[in-house]
Ligand binder design. Structure first.
Ligand code: HEM
Ligand code: HEM
Length: 176
């Protein structure tokens, strides 16, 4: 459970125990973009399959949006990774549930790996015509969904155990 810092020294000690407003903004921007991107993925799959089978494509829109959003997600994840490295934050700081916190840490870094890998692999499928890359891209899309379920489930489990860690990703800590 986090407490609100009052004195300057408390603020300094507290700073790296939570996220900055910049990190929080990027977190929720990615949540919205990934949700849209995931749903757009099926439109992309239809276009990709039609191209691969030499069929006529009536609508290129879903493919265009999928590529633009995918590149945007990649760039934001790079910005997030830089922010995370330059401003280290303890996952679920102050928690009594250390195993859960450790799983959370693995979950967070897995998000970085998956979301930074998906766009180049998708590009390899689309621009390089690689069916193997398309297969890996589909697989990682489902892996991403599992990571999201575990992530939200973990946050809710903390809540059930009496620790509201959701406020950590809603309320910025001082020391941006
Ligand atoms: C992190 C960003 C991305 C996410 C979350 C994402 C997500 C998805 C999802 C959910 C699907 C449908 C899953 C399926 O086919 O079973 C899909 C399909 C596809 N995406 Fe992405 N995508 C991303 C970035 C990109 C980028 C940047 C490109 C290309 C430049 C791309 C190219 C493709 C292609 C070609 C397919 C069809 C693959 C197939 O039919 O098997 N994706 N994507
Ligand atoms: C696409 C969906 C999501 C992704 C990819 C994602 C990714 C991440 C990542 C990578 C972190 C680590 C912080 C950082 O490096 O900036 C994080 C933190 C966090 N996220 Fe998410 N998140 C998603 C959705 C959600 C949702 C829907 C919730 C609501 C329950 C949530 C709650 C949290 C919490 C509470 C933390 C802070 C954990 C802590 O350090 O104590 N996330 N998220």
């Amino acid at each position: 459970m986090t407490t609100t810092p009052t004195t300057p020294s408390e603020r300094a000690a507290h700073a790296r125990h939570g996220y900055s407003s910049y990190q929080i903004t990027l977190h929720w921007t990615i949540v919205v973009l990934v949700a849209v991107q995931w749903l757009m993925g099926f439109g992309m799959e239809r276009v990709y399959d039609a191209v691969e089978n030499n069929e006529a494509v009536s609508q290129w829109g879903p493919a265009f949006i999928h590529i633009v959003l995918g590149i945007t997600i990649f760039l934001i994840m790079v910005a997030r990774l830089m922010a995370r490295i330059n401003r280290p934050v303890q996952t679920a700081a102050g928690t009594k549930h250390h195993l859960l916190a450790m799983l959370g840490k693995i979950n967070h870094w897995a998000f970085y790996v998956v979301l930074l890998a998906m766009p180049p692999v998708g590009a390899l499928a689309w621009f390089g015509g690689s069916e193997a890359a398309a297969g890996i891209h589909s697989l990682t899309a489902w892996l991403l969904l599992i990571l999201i379920v575990l992530h939200v489930g973990g946050a809710l489990l903390h809540l059930v155990l009496g620790e509201n860690i959701i406020r950590r990703i809603v309320r910025p800590t001082p020391g941006n």
